[in-house]
Design a protein around this ligand. Structure first.
Ligand code: F6R
Length: 610
C-alpha cells in the first residue's frame, strides 16, 4: 500500500519526486525516501514519519541529479524505521517497491548463503540484491531486472535505478498499480494518475507481467519474457487542480463539498430523461444479458461495502432480483457457490483493493460475469472485469472516502435501473420519476451541504468529549448509519457504531445514557414511522438525540434535541442526501480534536494487502 514515483529527464529530479510523493502520501505515510543519480553515483535520503520529515532531511542533504525514484511507505514487512524505509540499496542498485514478495524468506536465505548482507527486515531489499547479483554477473540493468523478477513470487510495482546506467529506470508490475507518464523530454512513473497529473496528461497504465524501460525519450514496454508491447496511451481529462486543496483546510472537506459536482459528472451523458432510462452502452451488458441474470452479488470492502448494501436495496426493489452483499474478504474465506447467470458487481473507489480484486477473480473463475464500479480509470478491478461503469468523482485524496461513496450510490442506482428497464421490472413512469430525481440530485446536495454545515459544526463542538456515538437507521438508512459511524471512528478515533434501528432493542440499547449522542436517520420514506419509534426509545433512555429528518417534520423537531434537515426527495435518492451531514459531523469532530484528517493513523487509501 505504498506509493512509488520515478523521474528521468532534464530537470532536477528531487523536487518532482517529493511533489509526486505528496500526492501519493495517502497510500502510506510512516516513512519516505528518495534515491537520485547524480551522474556518478546514487545517493539516498530517507526519513521516518510523514513526508515533511523527508523534506527536512533533504534540506540537510540535498540530492542533485535528473534521474531518481521516491517512495512513501505503509509498513507490511518490518517495523517503521529508517533502515526499513525505501529506496533499498544493494551494491550499484536502488529499488522502490509497492506490494509483497511472498518468497522473500527463501530468497533471503539463498542470498545470505552466497554472502549478501541484507540489512533491513523488508521483502524489498531482496529485489535490490537479486538485481545487483545479476549485474555483477555481467547483465545490463534491463536483463538483470528481468531475471531477478523470474525468481520472485508475489505482488509488485517496482522501479529500479543503477549506478551504471544513469539516465534510465526499469519498472515492472504484477498485481500492484503502476502508471507511466509521457512528457516532453521527460518520463515519469507513479502508483496512480494524480501523482503525475501536474506534469503530463499522457499516460500508460501498465498491465500485470509488463516491464518498461524509461529514458528521457520515452518508454519501451515488453512482457517479462521480453516480447515487445505497443502501449495504449490515454489522455487523462482530470485536471491537476482536482488534486489540490483549493483553499479548503483539508482534502476531505473539499471532497465533501465537491459531491454535487461529482454526481453531475457521474450522471453526465448517462440519463435518458425522455425515455426514463439509462444509457448503458459502456456497461457491456446487453438487454439479453440483463434478462439472463439470475442473481446479483455485490462485492466490496469498507465504505464501498456500505454502498453495496444500498445497491442491494436498488436491485431488489427496482429490478426485483435476488441480490446478495458480500464483504470481499469474507466471500473469499468461504467456498462460494456461483450459479449460471450470476452477475457479480465489484465496487471499489481505487479499483485496486486486493480483497475485492481477488474475490471478483474467484467469482469469474467460477463462471460469474463481473461488472466493476470504480473511480480510478484503468485500475486492476475494471481491467479484469467483463464490463465497467466508472464513477467520475475525480481523484479522492482524503483517506476517508466521501465523494466516491455518493458517486458509487449513483452508479449503483443507474445500473439497477438499467437492468430493471431491460427486464421490464419497473414501470416507465417510475423510471422517469427516478431519472428526473437523479438529475435534480446535485442541486439538492448543495442545499443540504450549505444547510447543515453550521449545525454539524456546533454539534461537533458539543459532542467533543463524547466517548461513544451511536448511529441508527432502517432500510437504506441502515448502511448510512454504518457509514456515518465508520467516518467518525476512522478520522476522529471516537468509538462509534451503526445499528439497524429495529435491532437496537435486542441489545445495543443498553449502551445508551445521557453521555451518548444518538444520531437517528428518519427521513420521510416508508421506514420513517418505525424509526421514529426507535428514536423515542433512545430518548426515553436519556440519549442525546440528533435526528436527520425531512424538512418540515415537526414531530422530529419536538422529539429530538437537534435536527439536521434534508429536502423532500424520492426515497431511493435519500441516502445520497442523508449521508452528507454525517460526513460533515465526522469531519468537524476530527478537525476540532486536531487529528490528521486526511491521513488518519494506521490507514491507507489503497489497500493492496489481504
Ligand atoms: C473508508 C474507506 C475504506 C474503503 C475501503 C475500500 O473511508 O475509504 O473503508 O472504502 O478500503 O476501498 P476501495 O473502495 O478503494 O476498494
Amino acid at each position: 500500500m505504498c506509493g512509488i514515483v520515478g523521474y528521468v529527464g532534464k530537470q532536477e529530479a528531487a523536487p518532482i519526486l517529493v511533489d509526486g510523493l505528496r500526492r501519493l502520501e495517502y497510500r502510506g505515510y510512516d516513512s519516505a525516501g528518495l534515491a537520485v543519480h547524480d551522474g556518478q553515483k546514487i545517493k539516498v535520503v530517507r526519513a521516518v514519519g510523514k513526508l515533511r520529515e523527508l523534506e527536512k532531511a533533504l534540506v540537510a542533504s540535498p540530492l542533485i541529479g535528473t534521474t531518481g525514484i521516491g517512495h512513501t511507505r505503509w509498513a507490511t514487512h518490518g517495523r517503521v524505521s529508517e533502515t526499513n524505509a525505501h529506496p533499498h540499496v544493494a551494491g550499484d542498485v536502488a529499488v522502490i517497491h509497492n506490494g509483497i514478495i511472498e518468497n522473500h524468506m527463501a530468497l533471503r536465505a539463498q542470498l545470505e548463503a552466497k554472502g549478501a548482507r541484507v540489512v533491513s527486515d523488508t521483502d524489498t531489499e531482496i529485489i535490490a540484491h537479486l538485481v545487483d547479483e545479476q549485474l555483477r554477473a555481467g547483465k545490463d540493468l534491463e536483463a538483470a531486472v528481468r531475471s531477478s523478477l523470474a525468481q520472485v513470487e508475489g505482488a509488485y510495482a517496482i522501479a529500479v535505478s543503477s549506478v551504471k546506467e544513469p539516465a534510465k529506470l526499469i519498472v515492472a508490475k504484477n498485481a500492484s498499480p503502476l502508471v507511466l507518464g509521457l512528457g516532453e523530454g521527460e518520463t515519469f512513473c507513479g502508483s496512480d494518475i494524480p501523482a503525475l497529473l501536474p506534469y503530463t496528461t499522457r499516460m500508460i497504465v501498465l498491465d500485470d507481467g509488463q516491464l518498461a524501460v524509461l529514458t528521457h525519450d520515452g518508454v519501451r514496454i515488453s512482457t517479462l519474457a521480453g516480447a515487445p508491447i505497443e502501449p495504449a496511451i490515454r489522455v487523462i481529462d482530470w485536471s491537476p487542480v482536482m488534486a489540490e486543496k483549493s483553499g479548503y483546510k483539508h482534502f476531505m472537506l473539499k471532497e465533501i463539498f465537491e459531491q454535487p459536482r461529482a454526481i453531475e459528472d457521474t450522471l453526465r451523458g448517462r440519463l435518458d430523461r425522455e425515455r426514463g432510462d439509462i444509457d448503458g452502452a459502456e456497461i457491456g451488458l446487453s438487454a439479453e444479458d440483463a434478462k439472463r441474470v439470475g442473481r446479483v452479488y455485490l462485492l466490496a470492502c469498507g465504505t464501498s461495502h456500505h454502498a453495496a448494501m444500498i445497491g442491494r436495496h436498488y436491485f431488489e426493489k427496482l429490478a426485483r432480483m435476488p441480490a446478495t452483499v458480500e464483504l470481499a474478504s469474507e466471500f473469499r474465506a468461504r467456498d462460494p457457490v456461483i450459479l449460471p447467470g450470476d452477475l457479480v458487481i465489484a465496487i471499489s473507489q481505487s479499483g485496486e483493493t486486493l480483497d475485492t480484486l481477488m474475490a471478483a477473480k474467484l467469482a469469474k473463475e467460477r463462471g460469474a460475469r463481473v461488472l466493476a464500479i470504480a473511480n480510478v480509470m484503468g485500475s486492476a478491478i475494471p481491467r479484469m472485469a467483463d464490463g465497467e461503469l466508472y464513477t467520475r468523482a475525480g481523484p479522492e485524496i482524503g483517506v476517508a472516502s466521501t465523494k466516491c461513496f455518493t458517486a458509487q450510490l449513483c452508479a449503483l442506482l443507474m445500473l439497477a435501473l438499467y437492468v430493471a428497464r431491460r427486464r421490464d421490472a419497473v414501470s416507465a413512469e417510475r423510471a422517469r420519476e427516478l431519472v428526473e430525481g437523479m438529475a435534480r440530485l446535485p442541486h439538492l446536495m448543495r442545499d443540504v451541504l450549505q444547510g447543515t454545515r453550521q449545525l454539524t459544526l456546533s454539534l461537533a463542538r458539543r459532542h467533543l468529549d463524547a466517548r461513544d456515538v451511536l448511529f441508527l437507521g432502517r432500510g437504506p438508512s441502515f448502511p448510512i448509519a454504518l457509514e456515518g459511524a465508520l467516518k467518525l471512528k476512522e478520522i476522529s478515533y471516537v468509538h462509534a457504531e451503526g445499528y439497524a434501528a429495529g435491532e437496537m432493542k435486542h441489545g445495543p440499547i443498553a449502551l445508551i445514557d445521557s453521555n451518548v449522542p444518538v444520531i437517528v436517520l428518519v427521513p420521510r420514506d416508508e421506514f420513517r414511522d418505525k424509526s421514529m419509534s426507535n428514536l423515542q426509545e433512545a430518548k426515553a433512555r436519556g440519549g442525546v438525540i440528533v435526528a436527520i429528518a425531512t424538512e418540515g417534520d415537526e414531530e422530529a423537531r419536538t422529539l429530538a434535541d437537534e435536527v439536521g434537515e434534508v429536502p423532500p426527495a424520492d426515497s431511493d435518492l435519500l441516502p445520497l442526501l442523508t449521508i452528507l451531514p454525517l460526513q460533515l459531523y465526522a469531519y468537524y469532530v476530527a478537525d476540532l480534536k486536531g487529528t490528521d484528517v486526511d491521513q488518519p493513523r494506521n490507514l491507507a487509501k489503497t489497500v493492496t494487502v489481504e
